[in-house]
Design a binder for this molecule. Structure first.
Ligand SMILES: *Cc1c(COP(=O)(O)O)cnc(C)c1O
Length: 374
């Protein structure tokens, strides 16, 4: 049994992937070939934004979004501490300061009720300028963008959506990646839409921001290649990765349905087994892309026992994320300590993820839940 079974998917479209890669080998435009524009257009249509910009990774997507907003030293970016490291990393790399805001213990996403007090606290201290809210759509479930948007408007902040795990998710009838001023996703192989290497994308409706992003993606280029009008990065997506994604994109709508079925089956099996685990819940009006299926044990010791049972049954599992960002060594300079964000810390101690992918068979899920029940 695989934690994420990429082979099962590949078997369905292997020929199409090979044909698409062969086309790139034939035309030879490995950098910014025609597949990039085709993918950008198709994904903009899929998520419902005017623009989409292919780039080298999800991390670069976040970096480009913050660069386009001219975020730097002295700026505060509000985000969740319960996320993959890159979310906080890009903020700090640009010289800005990540200001962590604890999560809602049910959705694992940033708690909008804690945002306004955090913004006020920063204003009161007076050393940083609040600029951006960067919610994370953790495990594929969008954050509460209506509530976040109201606070952002009130305080004149931009919102950047870290939808690295959420392409295919939905919020109030809109698709993840389209829920903020800028939406960022990742095509790391294990994400809901993954390529065969690194890749990412930035989505927006704003023509001027899109123009800026296209310049920032290639060293801040101006009118031509040797005219540089701002500092940017080498953040291009490889043409070969776009070719792979074009083949895989055809499966995405069906795979999203399959992910809903797999998640629904997990919820039923867990409830029926009576095992002492909290299954993830999806609020009304939301759809998760189910990048991960993450459950909560009663406490850290109970989680240890569940992980042992899975291991004994040869079932892979993972912990996302054992250590929240405010307790990472790299962020020690921010001066946080244990207890600062109790919901993030509690989740980190109790959470673990079960195998999750569109091709997970019902009898494998039964085996998994039976192993958990011991
Ligand atoms: C994967 C991920 C990223 C980074 O994406 P890469 O493509 O690996 O650079 C950023 N944020 C979150 C929440 C992620 O899960």
């Amino acid at each position: 049994m695989q934690f994420i079974d990429l082979k099962a998917q590949q078997q369905l479209i292997r020929q199409k992937i090979e044909d698409n890669i062969n086309k790139v080998l034939d035309h030879g435009r490995y950098i910014m070939g025609p597949e990039i524009t085709e993918l950008e257009q198709k994904l903009a249509t899929y998520v419902g934004t005017r623009h989409a910009l292919g780039c080298a990774s999800g991390t670069d997507a976040l970096m480009l979004a913050l660069l386009a907003l001219e975020i730097g030293p002295g700026d505060a970016v509000f985000t969740s501490p319960f996320t993959f490291f890159a979310t906080g990393e890009v903020i700090a790399l640009l010289g800005a300061t990540p200001v962590f805001v604890d999560i809602d213990p049910v959705t694992f996403n940033i708690d909008p009720d804690k945002l306004a007090p955090a913004i006020q606290a920063v204003r009161q201290r007076g050393d940083l300028e609040p600029k951006v809210i960067m919610p994370v759509d953790l495990f594929g479930l969008p954050a509460d963008y209506d509530a976040i948007g109201r606070i952002a408007e009130e305080h004149n902040l931009a919102v950047v959506e870290d939808a690295a795990q959420a392409l295919g998710g939905e919020y109030q009838g809109r698709k993840a990646c389209s829920l903020a001023k800028l939406g960022c996703t990742s095509f790391f192989p294990a994400k809901p839409l993954g390529c065969y290497g690194d890749g990412g994308m930035v989505f927006c409706d704003d023509d001027e921001l899109d123009r800026l992003l296209r310049s920032l993606r290639v060293h801040g280029q101006g009118e031509d290649k040797y005219d540089n009008v701002r500092l940017g990065i080498n953040g291009r997506m490889d043409t070969i990765q776009a070719a792979v994604l074009l083949a895989k994109l055809e499966l995405l709508p069906k795979e999203m349905e399959q992910r809903q079925e797999v998640a629904g089956r997990y919820a039923e099996l867990i409830a029926a087994s009576g095992v002492a685990l909290t299954a993830p819940s999806v609020p009304q009006g939301y759809a998760s892309a189910w990048a991960q299926y993450s459950v909560l044990a009663r406490d850290e010791a109970a989680r240890g026992e569940f992980l042992e049972r899975l291991k004994a049954a040869n079932i892979p599992s993972a912990i996302y994320y054992p250590r929240p960002l405010h307790l990472q060594t790299a962020f020690a300079y921010l001066g946080h300590q244990a207890g600062d964000f109790p919901h993030s810390e509690s989740a980190g101690a109790r959470i673990f993820s079960l195998p999750m992918h569109p091709y997970l068979a019902a009898d494998d899920q039964e085996k998994i839940v039976a192993a958990l029940a011991g």
